[in-house]
Design a protein around this ligand. Sequence first.
Ligand code: GLU
Length: 225
Amino acid sequence: CGIVGAIANRDVTPILVEGLARLEYRGYDSAGIALLSAPGDIRRVRRVGRVSETAQAAVAEGVSGHMGIGHTRWATHGGVTEPNAHPHVSGGIALVHNGIIENHEEQRDALRALGYEFTSQTDTEVIAHLVHHHYHTLHDLHAAVRTAIEELTGAYAIAVMAEDRPDELVVARMGCPLLVGLGDGEQFIASDVSAVIGQTRRVIFLEDGDTARLTRSGVSVFDTG
Ligand code: GLU
């Protein structure tokens, strides 16, 4: 339902929490955030219920990081449970998703045959495992996301980070809104401009088929061509 993310030289936890709070009006049933607290260490907090519960849990658990992604979920596949809340992780990959993956059943069967185990009932978890599968062979997060989305049908806005890539955030859009917010030495992503308006007024609205790679110093947008 709602996505916010940031890559910066400061703790982005408050940016994610504020962004999710600004997306609350759209409706949701659960929320979550994932922070890269150190290379190789992704911390995830998810809660059924209000954004404030996720925010309180994040404070209680002391999570922080200079890159992170957050999500408010409106369940379409799988019940309203904490294991179904986003972000979803696969190995060192963390991902949030708005929308619906139509071919999730055949993808789940193929990924199970490759040895992946599923911890949720969501269509989203197949994207996390698929990106992980391709990242394992390509060692390039943007290329892995592009390869993964070629195998998906449906509607999505996704944001992805990898535990061993502290300097990049990758996003993709097909059929669900997604924008990039440009800052000074820091960049943001969101499904709705209200989520990042407190940080920047310079935004790029992505188009269907676009992917983008964000680093602290800049943003590259790639179209389907
Ligand atoms: N289809 C996904 C799920 O059920 C994402 C729903 C959403 O857009 O929040 O988890």
